[in-house]
Each structure stands twice: as structure tokens, then as C-alpha cells.
Ligand binder design. Structure first.
Ligand code: GDP
Ligand code: IMO
Ligand code: MG
Length: 425
């Protein structure tokens, strides 16, 4: 720590429990920063019997001594951001002094949301299952060099720039030829009012800010959103999000050099979930799958959609560990596995008739079927356990097997949603 930026990233398809662990870690850090994604994320924190779900705001905000930064790689919807702020203020959390926003972060316009919806409708059965927050269209404008950034709202003619881009989007909507109802005047007003609210926060040149912070030995944690298998390059394309969710994304999303990356905390559920469409080799459609969903309360924190559930996929996990250079693993939701007689881990895939141990280009059901190893389950309720030595032997065996196969230690096991239900091994 110090002079390096530590990363915390999801190794699966998102919702691994990143928010909870960032909150647990924040006391060790001066600065917590989001580097990609936007309000498609839903990070849940529970402490003192209260639950908070954060979408754009970093999960370090509940610790008074830390500064939180929204980095240049993030896409911000001012309307959603504002709602989040108002909700937090109502619970007594004031962020005006402790939350900084990069001028280079791109802004989600209301018409980006409309385009997202139109694209999904037009895809029919092949839809991505996006969160409909306008993420894809906003990143398209970013890479297409048409984007609208936080820095733009400091210009006097920002409304002209906004309007010009909206008009373009409206003409693009015609291409999709789908029925989308909207009232542009209402959307404009909501947007203008949110822009005025966001101005009370300090806008920064985040790359400069991080450079100075590193030089003065500040301890920095970068909080990933989504998961490695949703990465636009390495995920299950096209069923991915539109940003780099993996470690490299933290360099471009904050403006820090690769040699400034310190620890990489890789976080995974003791099983697997996915929300939205796309391949999922270990997905279960039987009673076991239903039990995981029910006991794990697997519903999306942003959209409320049920999450698809399945066993742990070690092939995919190894792939994610490799791409991110994970130095420590954090296993979440171990408590959800209590009560299963047998627990399975996919150790290999049968890929077009051949046994493989790597994540191939095609992971669709017709190409890949998982090969499982069985593990003995346990009955003990883990939610009250606070020390590693009190965990059931069968769980410790399960963990040891994973560590041995992937070559990285599991340093934390989470046994419930509360901040306190966290076991340091
Ligand atoms: P994130 O997007 O990675 O921050 O994760 P989400 O908040 O979307 O989803 C994780 C869900 O699991 C939330 O409802 C958490 O409250 C919950 N959770 C986190 N850790 C644990 C755990 O160890 N056990 C159980 N049962 N729930 C957990
Ligand atoms: P957190 O940070 C789980 C999924 C969507 C969809 C795909 C593309 O809470 O882990 P998008 O709206 O990004 O264009 O949707 O990605 N997705 C997530 N799944 N957790 C998330 O974030 C997600 N953010 C996007 O369901 O399949
Ligand atoms: Mg989530």
C-alpha cells in the first residue's frame, strides 16, 4: 500500500458482492474510486441494520475520512446520480465535500436511454438483456468521439451541445422503427435540473489528482463494477457491457500507469450467477438452481430481475484471475451453500468432444458442457461464524481445492450480507 493503487474486481458476471467488501476495506484507504461502468451497477452495503444500494457513487462513502472519486472511465446519468444523492442526504450522508467527479467522465443523456431501449427491442430474442440505463449508447458516443462530458457543462453553450446530440439520437431512433413513447420536453427539464444539482460537487482532472495522491503516499482503492465475464473484450461477447471491467480498465478509467497497480483483489461468489442474456455453462435449471436463487436472494440490485444461478465455474474463474493478475481471492456467499448434500465445481469443459481447461472463444451451450467434480456439503449455518477455525471442514476443503487449482489464496470468506459477516482467513 502507498504509492500503488489496489484494485477490487468481480471475477464472474457481476454482483459478486463488491460493494460490501469495498465498504469493509475502506477504513484502510484514503481514497476509493470507481473507474468504469455507470448506473448499470448496483452495489449493496448492509451495516447497523440498514441497507444501501449504490449505482454511480463509490462504496467508500460511509467512512468519514475517505475521499470518493468518480473516475473518467465512468458514465454518469445526472438524473440517477441526483436521486442517489438525495436518498443518501435523507439518511444523513452528505457528500458535497468528500465526492469528486472527473471532468472527463461521460454523461448519459436521456436519449442514450431511449436508444438503449430501442436497440434491445429491435434485437428481439437476441437482446443483451441490458439494464436499459443507456450504457452502450453512451460508450458508443465516447469511442465515436461525439460524447458529452462533465467538463462540457462548465462551458457557457453546453445546452447547445446537449441539444445537438439529442437531435442526432432522435433521428437515430427512427432507424430502429420501434414504438418508444417519450416526452422530450419533460426529459430535457429533468436533465437540466439534475445538471444544476451535480454542479455542487467538485470537478477534477482525475489523472492529475491521482498522480499527486500517489506522490503523497495516499492509500487508494479502485472499485470495479460488473464482472470480468462482462468485459467488452474478454467477456461473453456480445452479451457483455460496454466497458473494460478488468484490471486494465482501472488504468484507463483513472489515468494511472500499469506499474502503479498494487494488490488485485478478485471477488467471486462460492457459486455463480448471471443476470441478463448470454451463455452460462454451469447454469442450473433444477431444484439446486432454485435453492441457490432462493437462499441467496438472487434478484438484481438495479433492475430487480431474477438472477440465473449455477455451480462455481473454475475454468471461467482461472481465466478471470489470469486476465486481471489477481493477487488475493475473496469468496462471497459461502453461507448460501449450507444444506447442500453435494456441491459441484466445474473443473473442465467438454468442448466439441474434447476435454479442455481453458475458456474458449465459443462458450455457448451447443459447444461447451461443464465437467464437474463433487464435494461433500455441510449443514452448519455459517451466518454467525466469525473465525476461520470455526468453519466446517468440508467448506475448508472446498476452499483449499480452489486455491490449489488457481494458485491464489482465498484471504476472506463472506458468510452473510452484513459488514460484520466477514471472515479474514
Ligand atoms: P455487487 O454488485 O458486486 O456489489 O453485488 P450486489 O450488491 O449486486 O449483490 C450481492 C448481494 O449479495 C447483495 O444483496 C448483498 O447484500 C448480498 N451479499 C453479499 N455478501 C453476502 C454473503 O456473504 N452472504 C449472503 N447471503 N449475501 C451476501
Ligand atoms: P454490478 O456492478 C450484473 C449486465 C446486464 C446485461 C449486460 C449489459 O452490480 O456487478 P448494460 O446495461 O451494461 O448494457 O448491460 O450486463 N450487467 C450486470 N450484471 N451486475 C452488474 O453490475 C451489471 N451491469 C450490467 O444485466 O446482461
Ligand atoms: Mg450488483
Amino acid at each position: 500500500m502507498g504509492n500503488k493503487v489496489d484494485l477490487l474486481l468481480g471475477l464472474q458476471w457481476g454482483d459478486e458482492g463488491k460493494g460490501k467488501i469495498v465498504d469493509v476495506f475502506t477504513k484502510k484507504y484514503d481514497i476509493v474510486s470507481r473507474f468504469q461502468g455507470g448506473p448499470n451497477a448496483g452495489h449493496t452495503l448492509i451495516f447497523d441494520s440498514k441497507k444501501y444500494v449504490l449505482h454511480t457513487i463509490p462504496s467508500g462513502i460511509f467512512h468519514k475520512n475517505s475521499t470518493n472519486v468518480i473516475g473518467n472511465g465512468v458514465v454518469i446519468d445526472p438524473v440517477i446520480f441526483n436521486k442517489e444523492i438525495v436518498k443518501l442526504e435523507k439518511s444523513g450522508v452528505n457528500l458535497e465535500k468528500t465526492l469528486l467527479i472527473s471532468r472527463k467522465a461521460h454523461i448519459i443523456l436521456p436519449t442514450h436511454r431511449l436508444l438503449d431501449a430501442a436497440s434491445e427491442i429491435s434485437k428481439g430474442k437476441l437482446k443483451i438483456g441490458s439494464t436499459l440505463k443507456g450504457i452502450g449508447p453512451t460508450y458508443m458516443d465516447k469511442t465515436g468521439r461525439n460524447g458529452f462530458r462533465i467538463g462540457d457543462i462548465e462551458l457557457t453553450n453546453w445546452k447547445d451541445k446537449y441539444k445537438e446530440l439529442c437531435d442526432k439520437h432522435i433521428s437515430m431512433l427512427e432507424y430502429f422503427n420501434v414504438d418508444i413513447q417519450y416526452d422530450m420536453q419533460e426529459l430535457d427539464e429533468e436533465f437540466y435540473s439534475a445538471i444544476e444539482s451535480i454542479r455542487k460537487f467538485k470537478f477534477i482532472d482525475s489523472e492529475q489528482y491521482f498522480s499527486l495522491a500517489l506522490a503523497s503516499d495516499k492509500r487508494i482503492l479502485a472499485e470495479g463494477a460488473q464482472g470480468s465475464l462482462l468485459d467488452v473484450d474478454f467477456g461473453t461477447y456480445p452479451f457483455v457491457t460496454s466497458s473494460n471491467t478488468t484490471a486494465a480498465g482501472a488504468c484507463t478509467g483513472l489515468g494511472i500507469a500499469p506499474n502503479k497497480i498494487g494488490n488485485v483483489y478478485g471477488i467471486f461468489k462460492a457459486y455463480t450467477t448471471r443476470v441478463g442474456s448470454g451463455p452460462f455453462p454451469t447454469e442450473l435449471f433444477d431444484e439446486d438452481g432454485k435453492t441457490l436463487a432462493k437462499v441467496g436472494k438472487e434478484f438484481g440490485a438495479t433492475t430487480g430481475r431474477p438472477r440465473r444461478c449455477g455451480w462455481l465455474d473454475l475454468v471461467a474463474l482461472k481465466y478471470a484471475i489470469q486476465i486481471n493478475g489477481v493477487t488475493e481471492l475473496i469468496m462471497m456467499k459461502a453461507d448460501v451453500l449450507s444444506g447442500f448434500k453435494t456441491i459441484k465445481i466445474a473443473t473442465h469443459y467438454n468442448y466439441k468432444g474434447e476435454t479442455i481447461d481453458y475458456f474458449p472463444y465459443n462458450v455457448e451451450e451447443e459447444n461447451v458442457s461443464p465437467i464437474y467434480k463433487d464435494f461433500k456439503g455441510w449443514d452448519e449455518d455459517l451466518t454467525g461464524v466469525s473465525e476461520g477455525k470455526d468453519l466446517p471442514k468440508n467448506l475448508l476443503d472446498y476452499i483449499s481445492y480452489i486455491e490449489k487449482e488457481v494458485g491464489v489464496k482465498v484471504s476472506i470468506v463472506s458468510v452473510g450480507p452484513d459488514r460484520k459477516q466477514t471472515i479474514i482467513l
